[in-house]
Design a protein around this ligand. Sequence first.
Ligand code: F0G
Length: 392
Amino acid sequence: MILRCIECGKEYDPKEVRYRCECGGLLEVLVDLDKAENVFNGKNITLWKYKSFIPAEKLVSLNEGGTPIYRLENLQEELGMKELYVKNEGANPTGSFKDRGMTVGVSKALELGISKVICASTGNTSASLAAYGAKANIKAYVLVPSGKIALGKLAQAIVYGARVVPVRGNFDDALRVVVEASKELGVYMLNSINPFRLEGQKTIAFEIFDQLGFVPDNVVLPVGNAGNISAIWKGFKELYNAGFIENLPRMIGIQAEGASPLAKAFKEGKPFEPVRNPETVATAIRIGNPANWPRAWRAVEESKGLLESVSDEEILNAQKLLASKEGIFVEPASASSLAGLIKLKELSRIEPDESYVLITTGHGLKDPNVIIENFKLPEPIEPSLEAFREVL
Ligand code: F0G
């Protein structure tokens, strides 16, 4: 196993704490695929089932992974699609896909003998790092945009015992501080710039193949800091390079309109430019300068995929649709994958006869306010059968 720069190819020893190449490029972990085991039999699915692909020992775990895949029977008919699935990452221990990155990232931190870990977060990463830090008995510092993090996520970070540091600014500002702190103050950064985080998250690809028994034509997911789309693409490529699969999916990344620098560059055929003041109801992906954008860009190009953006209204409609038609309650950022699929279908940019797996990245209960604020409860009734008869 080695660390290699995705830009210039320079290699580094993975025992060294390092997040970027000397040239500034992002680093990726190259694992030895000759040792990869073909365990794809549809049984006993958990993240660490794929340990032969994972460049860390399992030192801390909360039984992450093994999240359910659902066929969207009601919605696929309504939308006129042939084969639609959701992989619901809200079913992870702290309610988001971040747990996959953290079981590997915090295990790596323990291996390196680290006692303090840090991240910037729109919410889910902080909840997850706080939980895994607690389990590993190391101190977690989480920097969050002040006033812009969903209530449930904040409660999680607090109760798991992290040191919660609100920052006057957005996620991009908080990440800047975290990057500097990791250089100057010796705390270990567990944002997705850290390549070991992605090594955990790539198992979403393994599970999709393991659960379905085939590779879907398309994988659709929300894009914020752009780590997850890169990780899942890496997972599929490893399966392909190990000789376990014969085809690869298209990666379709969806951003919120007010925070869509990648989708904008893609659609306008222009170079990537950060968005200064990102804004969206989907606070999890309220990010204007995605740190992993070069990886994500490659994932979309190599896979012949797409990038699209959706409005807040489209996101909230998709959230309601997924809950009321399929019984799956996801947070707004996660609903952007369905919102994106609906938009791309309407624009005739996607093929209705192909298979699609939507990744829903976080649980709806993390952010209940957005639902309650948009719904007016009726007046209470008298506690009598007569009063209820009027309702029925
Ligand atoms: N969906 C949810 C629910 C998220 O929390 C995030 C990222 C994403 C999608 C986007 O994933 O960043 O890999 O492109 N949340 C981070 C956080 C930024 O701090 O929790 P990405």
